[in-house]
Design a protein around this ligand. Structure first.
Ligand code: C2E
Ligand code: MG
Ligand code: MG
Length: 525
């Protein structure tokens, strides 16, 4: 009885009889009402992209229920709403669970601060296109953590955050490992740099944690938020990684040309597809022993053949991968391909080593050890036959951490090589402080060994140094077979270069391997 909640019971029967007589007996069954609400929900999900729009659509869907009930009562149709309401309640419960899980994933358990992914999500959600992303890199973070008790680790980071909030107590800071990040609305890069210089001065005083006084070093990477926030956040992280306390404490990420920017944005999505589609693959360049003239190993070199752009040089896309934060992913893929190829070579009776390039930027935490261990386990490749060539050693920011990581890798049985020795800064320091089993003389010197006495002297001195340190010396980039005796004379043990072979596909390598070693050399020389 509409609007007569307090009517006597007998009226109900009378009213029912009257309405039956009047022919108002229609009813909408539960499944039909359920499908109507399901369709409504689907439309809300499909057509409301932004979060706020979706909330409005959800509220409207819920409000439809009483409105529908009222309208149906008016025209005398009975509505069975229980199915639809149960469905909406289950949907709401599942959505809140998902949101809660996502929120927990986005929070750093130790500090309770949101992770950088949350900053990325916020910038995307709010369509932020102005200001700067700042990433602070806490220097010696891992080393300090090792000395602190478990309960003090979080408070160490929170004390750092307090200092960052010196000028603005409402600043929302996100944290991920040794990175702290935030967004500043200021578009003036110079003003942001000036502010960060001020912050660095505040950090000059030590911090008190768990009864200890801890010296802190902090450096900053900044990137203007133009274009895709994800790419700019990755660029700010990459800039922070390039900083060093002594020489370059504040680094500004380059803007990049428009095409490069577009390339950056699409790269992240495309790199996974490219791996799956086999557009990214490895080629293998033989390493020859100068005494026995036998192929003793191969180096895996990554290649990308993009259907639209053609061959992309590894130099270029590795840099892009780094900016997009996909280096670990690429390294895992290359390691997997190389170890599987190595396993196949061993299976065919070629017991040679496999070298894989590892960017020095991956030596800042222990994750790379797990990565190598997992791939070795999955491919069952013998670790003693795996050599990791550390490229761009000048970029290792903390030698102590890197040494710990490299020693851990060596304990698995893997050999460590220093790539491109002689070019870039700080090579001797890295050579001295890190545990290498092999050194590769950069091709800049090897290629010019016949023409230039200076190059010859450099090759000889690096070879002598390697011999003195009892490690293998490899000359790379030898193009002219006539120069082989000079390398032998200089004391190099192994050589790699176009003089013997260009990098080969796995099937070509298997054919190359079928040749007797002596034949290989006599064919070419
Ligand atoms: P690298 O590790 O020093 O590799 C040797 C480079 O020298 C390769 O170039 C190889 O093709 C080239 N090369 C070898 N012999 C000769 C020669 O006789 N003459 C000349 N002119 N060049 C020669 P590529 O393949 O373009 O690789 C360039 C660099 O890219 C590598 O230098 C390495 O630093 C990096 N790279 C390649 N693959 C990977 C990878 O899977 N991961 C990482 N992190 N870096 C990689
Ligand atoms: Mg290499
Ligand atoms: Mg090299």
């Amino acid at each position: 009885m509409p609007r007569k909640m307090d009517a006597a019971v007998s009226y109900v029967d009378i009213y029912a009889g009257e309405s039956l007589k009047a022919g108002h007996t229609g009813s909408l069954r539960g499944p039909i009402v359920l499908s109507f609400f399901a369709a409504l929900l689907l439309i809300s999900i499909v057509f409301s992209r932004a979060r706020r729009q979706r909330w409005v659509a959800y509220s409207a869907t819920v409000l439809v229920a009483p409105a529908l009930l009222y309208a149906a009562a008016k025209i005398g149709i009975r509505l069975e709403l229980s199915y639809a309401l149960t469905f909406l309640a289950i949907y709401a419960a599942l959505r809140s669970r998902m949101r809660w899980k996502r929120r927990v994933e986005m929070v750093n358990q130790e500090t309770g601060l949101a992770k950088l992914r949350a900053l990325e999500a916020r910038l995307i959600r709010d369509s932020v296109t102005n200001g700067h992303i700042v990433i602070a890199k806490i220097q010696n973070y891992e080393r300090v953590l090792k000395t602190l008790r478990a309960d003090d680790k979080g408070s160490y980071v929170l004390k750092l955050v307090d200092r960052l909030r010196a000028a603005d107590s409402n600043l929302v800071v996100y944290s991920d490992g040794h990175h702290l990040g935030w967004h500043v609305a200021n578009d003036d890069t110079d003003a942001v740099v000036e502010h960060l210089e001020g912050l660095r001065a505040i950090f000059a005083a030590p911090i008190q944690v768990g009864g200890f006084s801890v010296d802190v070093g902090i450096t900053f990477g900044i990137a203007g938020v133009e274009g895709d926030p994800s790419a700019r956040l990755a660029a700010a992280v990459a800039a922070a990684e390039e900083t060093s306390e002594a020489h370059n404490p504040i680094a500004i990420a380059e803007t990049g040309s428009q095409t490069d920017l577009l390339w950056d944005i699409s790269l992240r999505a495309r790199i996974d597809d490219a791996m799956e589609a086999g557009e990214i693959y490895c080629v293998y360049q033989p390493k020859i022993d100068l005494q026995s003239n036998a192929v003793v190993g191969v180096e895996a070199l990554v290649r990308w053949h993009d259907p639209a752009r053609g061959f992309i040089s590894p130099m270029h896309f590795i840099q892009q991968c780094e900016k997009a934060g996909r280096m670990e992913h690429l390294t895992r893929y290359v390691l997997q391909s190389a170890c599987s190829a190595g396993q196949l070579l061993h299976f065919r009776g070629h017991m040679i080593s496999m070298s894989v390039n590892i960017s020095a930027t991956l030596l800042s935490d222990m994750r790379v050890v797990g990565l190598v261990r997992n791939v070795l386990q999955a491919t069952r490749f013998d670790p003693c036959f795996l050599t990791l060539e550390i490229t761009e050693t000048a970029r290792i920011s903390d030698h102590e951490v890197a040494a710990t990581i490299l020693n851990e890798l060596r304990s698995i049985g893997v050999r460590i090589s220093m790539d491109d020795f002689g070019v870039g800064a700080a090579n001797y320091e890295a050579f001295y402080e890190l545990p290498f089993d092999e050194i590769k003389i950069d091709r800049m010197f090897v290629a010019n060994i016949a023409k230039d006495p200076k190059a010859r002297a450099i090759v000889a001195s690096i070879a002598a140094m390697g011999r003195g340190a009892r490690i293998t010396v490899v000359a790379e980039g030898l193009e002219n077979p006539q120069d082989i005796p000079m390398l032998q004379e200089a004391g190099c043990q192994q050589v790699q270069g176009f003089a013997f072979s260009r990098p080969l596909s796995l099937s070509n390598l298997l054919e190359y391997q079928e040749l007797a070693p002596e034949q290989t050399l006599s064919n070419i020389v």
